[in-house]
Write a protein that binds this ligand. Structure first.
Ligand SMILES: *Cc1c(COP(=O)(O)O)cnc(C)c1O
Length: 428
C-alpha cells in the first residue's frame, strides 16, 4: 500500500511507515495513492463481519502484510459486534458501542494497536502521544494497555470530559500516562502537533500518534459501514442515507471511503453540535472556525476538524461535489429534546447519536432508508442522559468497575516544555 502526504505530495510512504509516523512532513495527513478494487460487493456483503473486514483491509494493505496476518489482526481487534437496531419505520441505528470502552473508537484504536505491533521490531521504542476529547483516549489506553515496549501518553482538557469517561481510561496506570491539561481540546491537539514538529523529541521517544489522523484507524472504521449495509434490508441498498455525528471527521472520512470502494450509500449527512465549522462551510463556502464551545455532546466539541482535508481530497478524486453532503447542526436543547422523544418511542440513546438522528429526520426523503451512527453507549454519558430523561439508567459492568478506582492523571498547563518533560519521564 502506498500513501502520499496531502501537504507535500512528493512524500510517499508505505502502510507501515504511515502507521508508525501518523503524520507526514509539515503536519500533512497521509492519503492512499490508490483505492482497492473489491469486486462483487453483494458477495462481499454475504460474508461475516470478521471475514469481510479481513478482505477489505487486506485489499488496502496489499502485499506488505500477509493476508493471514491481517486476518489475525482483525480477529484480535474486532471482538465485539456492530449491530443495527430499528428505531422506527425506515430508520435504523448502527450501534458502535459494544466494545470494551463503549464507543466506536474501540474499532479504530484496537486495529491501530494491532497494526503498530505488526509493523514494529520488538526492540523499537514507541511512545503513543494523543489528544482526546474523551473517547479516543479510552479506546487507545485500553487497546495498548499492557503491551510491552509501547508507552502511551494521553492529553485531555481538564474538566471538559465526563467524570466516568475520565475514570474509564485514567485509572489504568502501567504503560498508560494520562495528562489533564488546563485548556480546551484544541489546545491539547496543538500541543500534540507541536511535539510531532520537534524532530529531536520525535526521535528520542519514538513518537507516534494514535488519534483519528492515523490511517489505520480510518481503515478499520470503513468495515462497520459495510457491516451496517449487510444487516439492513436489501431494498435499502442504493437508497441509503447515513447520518454521522461528527467532531474530528474521522468517522465521516471512513464512510466516504467505504462509498468510494463501492458501498451502495446514496448520501451522507454531516451532523454537528454548536461547533459547526463544517456545516457553515458547506452553507457559505467560507472556512471560519469559531472558538470551541462546550456542549453536552463533548466528544464532538471540535472547531478545527483534523480530517477535513482528507474529505476534500477524496471528493475531488471521485468527482463528488461537496454539495452532495447533507448537513445540520444541533443545539444542546434540541439534542436533549430529541433524546427524550427517542426514549418515548422506545430507544435509549445519548447526545451524540441523538444529534445524528435529529439531522437525519430533518433531511430524509420519501423512499429513502435512514441510518445514523450511535457512537457511544448511553451509560458513557450517564450524568447528561439521566438529567435529560429524569430517570436512572443502568451502568454496564466495565464502567461500574472503573468508576470505583482512583484517578491517576497528572495535571499540566498548556505548555510545551511541561509536555516534553512528561514525555521524557515516562521512558524511565
Ligand atoms: C469521537 C466521537 C465522535 C466524533 O467522531 P469523529 O470521527 O471525530 O468525527 C462522535 N461521538 C462520539 C461518542 C465520539 O467519541
Amino acid at each position: 500500500m502506498k500513501l502520499y502526504n496531502l501537504k507535500e505530495h512528493q512524500q510517499q510512504v508505505s502502510f507501515s511507515q504511515a502507521v508508525r509516523q501518523g503524520l507526514g512532513r509539515n503536519q500533512g495527513l497521509f492519503f492512499p495513492s490508490e483505492l482497492p478494487e473489491l469486486g462483487d460487493i453483494d458477495a462481499l456483503l454475504e460474508l461475516d463481519f470478521v471475514s469481510r473486514s479481513s478482505k477489505i483491509l487486506s485489499a488496502f494493505i496489499g502485499e506488505e502484510l500477509a493476508s493471514e496476518t491481517v486476518a489475525q489482526m482483525v480477529e484480535n481487534a474486532f471482538q465485539f459486534e456492530a449491530p443495527v437496531a430499528q428505531v422506527k419505520e425506515g430508520v435504523y441505528a448502527l450501534e458502535l458501542f459494544h466494545g470494551p470502552t463503549l464507543a466506536f473508537k474501540d474499532f479504530g484504536g484496537r486495529f491501530m494497536a494491532q497494526s503498530l505491533a505488526a509493523v514494529t521490531d520488538s526492540d523499537g521504542q514507541i511512545t503513543i502521544l494523543t489528544a482526546t476529547s474523551g473517547d479516543t483516549g479510552a479506546a487507545v489506553a485500553h487497546a495498548f494497555y499492557g503491551m510491552d515496549n509501547i508507552k502511551v501518553v494521553i492529553l485531555y482538557p481538564k474538566g471538559k470530559i465526563s467524570p466516568l469517561q475520565e475514570k474509564l481510561f485514567c485509572t489504568l496506570g502501567g504503560n498508560i500516562t494520562t495528562v489533564a491539561v488546563n485548556g480546551t481540546f484544541d489546545d491539547c491537539q496543538a500541543l500534540v502537533k507541536q511535539a510531532f514538529d520537534d524532530a529531536e523529541l520525535r526521535e528520542d521517544v519514538g513518537l507516534n500518534s494514535a488519534n483519528s489522523i492515523n490511517i489505520s484507524r480510518l481503515m478499520a472504521q470503513i468495515c462497520y459501514y459495510f457491516e451496517a449495509v449487510a444487516q439492513l434490508p436489501k431494498a435499502a441498498r442504493g437508497e441509503l442515507v447515513v447520518s454521522v455525528p461528527s467532531g474530528n471527521f474521522g468517522n465521516l472520512t471512513a464512510g466516504l471511503l467505504a462509498k468510494s470502494l463501492g458501498l451502495p450509500v446514496k448520501r451522507f449527512i454531516v451532523a454537528t453540535n454548536a461547533n459547526d465549522t463544517v456545516p457553515r462551510y458547506l452553507e457559505t463556502g467560507e472556512w471560519s472556525p469559531n472558538a470551541t464551545v462546550p456542549t453536552i455532546s463533548n466528544a464532538m466539541d471540535v472547531s478545527e476538524p483534523n480530517n477535513w482535508p482528507r474529505i476534500e481530497e477524496l471528493c475531488q478524486l471521485k468527482g463528488w461535489g461537496l454539495n452532495e453532503l447533507g448537513y445540520g447542526s444541533v443545539t444542546d436543547q434540541q439534542a436533549a429534546e430529541t433524546l427524550r422523544d427517542m426514549h418515548n418511542e422506545g430507544y435509549l440513546c445519548e447526545p451524540h447519536g441523538a444529534i445524528a438522528y435529529r439531522v437525519l429526520n430533518e433531511q430524509l426523503r420519501d423512499g429513502e432508508t435512514g441510518l445514523f451512527l450511535c457512537t457511544a453507549h448511553p451509560a458513557k454519558f450517564i450524568e447528561v442522559v439521566e438529567e435529560i430523561l429524569e430517570q436512572k439508567i443502568d451502568l454496564p459492568a466495565t464502567l461500574a468497575k472503573h468508576g470505583a478506582m482512583d484517578l491517576l492523571s497528572l495535571e499540566r498547563d498548556k505548555d510545551f516544555e511541561q509536555l516534553k518533560a512528561v514525555l521524557y519521564s515516562v521512558q524511565r
